[in-house]
Design a protein around this ligand. Structure first.
Ligand SMILES: NC(=O)c1ccc[n+]([C@@H]2O[C@H](COP(=O)([O-])OP(=O)(O)OC[C@H]3O[C@@H](n4cnc5c(N)ncnc54)[C@H](OP(=O)(O)O)[C@@H]3O)[C@@H](O)[C@H]2O)c1
Length: 259
């Protein structure tokens, strides 16, 4: 088997949530570059239109659907639109996410709910909707959830985020256990730090600069560092991998600090 064939996604329809910025843009580009027809999802329509234009410019096939991942009606509408355009979604990348900066003692209930709704509840409900449709279509499917090394370690000021990401790791295992025998593999990627809109201010702070010195590979993640993990878990190259969370963090978790 040649590598290019193992990772070929030309018979796949890939839906990427949070495709309007950061990691999600790259995920969509990489999936499209390897043959998948791609469905971009996020709330900012203008940003999605720009990403769509770039992917089409590079020869990809893509639609953009404006949707909030916490809105179940919008979720169903998104899968319907994807099916009308390309047929059933066979790769789902649950990437949309939000962060917060409160210490536990000050964390408002609204922030706890916003982070858990987006980073954990939506991952479950979008996975459930995708799996129902994959099974109904008797299609082999792959779900890739974007967790975080904060699903394993914790830092101060990220309580709700870390709890949600730990939930994603366990959700991934639980769904894999129930769905793999029906042809739906469920895996996750736990990235270390990548500078994006979610954390730019933090990573550029003194604390961020200090943190980079503790990463064994010696830098934060950059564009392309998750391409291999994503392609492995979405394609036939990962046909026997399910329930796994692949840590891609330059070794940072080995030395994760608590402050
Ligand atoms: N960057 C890192 O260091 C890092 C590390 C580990 C894990 N992660 C995870 O990687 C994922 C992507 O984060 P990022 O770093 O690329 O951050 P980002 O640049 O802020 O992107 C977040 C994306 O999520 C979308 N989103 C947020 N809430 C949404 C909602 N309710 N409905 C639909 N889309 C929503 C945003 O789009 P709209 O605002 O347009 O809706 C945006 O496209 C997140 O799950 C994050 O937790 C990031």
């Amino acid at each position: 088997m040649r590598a290019a064939d193992m990772f070929n996604l030309s018979d796949r329809v890939a839906l990427v949530t949070g495709a309007s910025s950061g990691l999600g843009v790259r995920f969509a580009e990489v999936l499209a570059a390897n043959g998948a027809r791609v469905v971009l999802v996020a709330r900012r329509a203008q940003r999605l239109a720009e990403v769509k234009g770039r992917i089409e410019g590079a020869g990809g096939t893509v639609i953009a659907v404006e949707a909030d991942v916490t809105d179940r009606a919008a979720m169903k509408r998104t899968f319907d639109e994807a099916e009308r355009a390309f047929g059933p979604v066979t790769v789902l990348v649950n990437n949309a996410g939000v962060a917060h900066t409160h210490r536990a003692i000050d964390l408002p209930e609204s922030e706890w709910r916003r982070v858990l709704d987006t980073n954990l509840d939506a991952v479950f409900f979008w996975s459930q909707e995708a799996a129902r449709r994959m099974m109904a279509a008797k299609a082999r499917g792959a779900i890739v959830n974007i967790a975080s090394i904060l699903g394993y370690g914790v830092s101060k000021g990220v309580l709700a985020y870390a709890v949600a990401k730990a939930g994603v790791v366990q959700l991934t295992r639980a769904l894999a256990l129930e769905w793999s025998f029906k042809g739906v593999r469920v895996n996750a990627i736990a990235p270390g730090w990548f500078e994006t809109e979610i954390n730019k201010d933090y990573l550029q702070s003194d604390h961020g600069r200090q943190m980079v010195r503790e990463i064994p590979i010696g830098r934060f993640g950059k564009d392309g560092d998750l391409d291999g993990a994503l392609l492995l878990l979405s394609s036939e190259a990962g046909a026997f991998i399910t329930g796994s969370t692949l840590v891609a963090d330059g070794g940072q978790m080995l030395a994760l600090r608590g402050d």
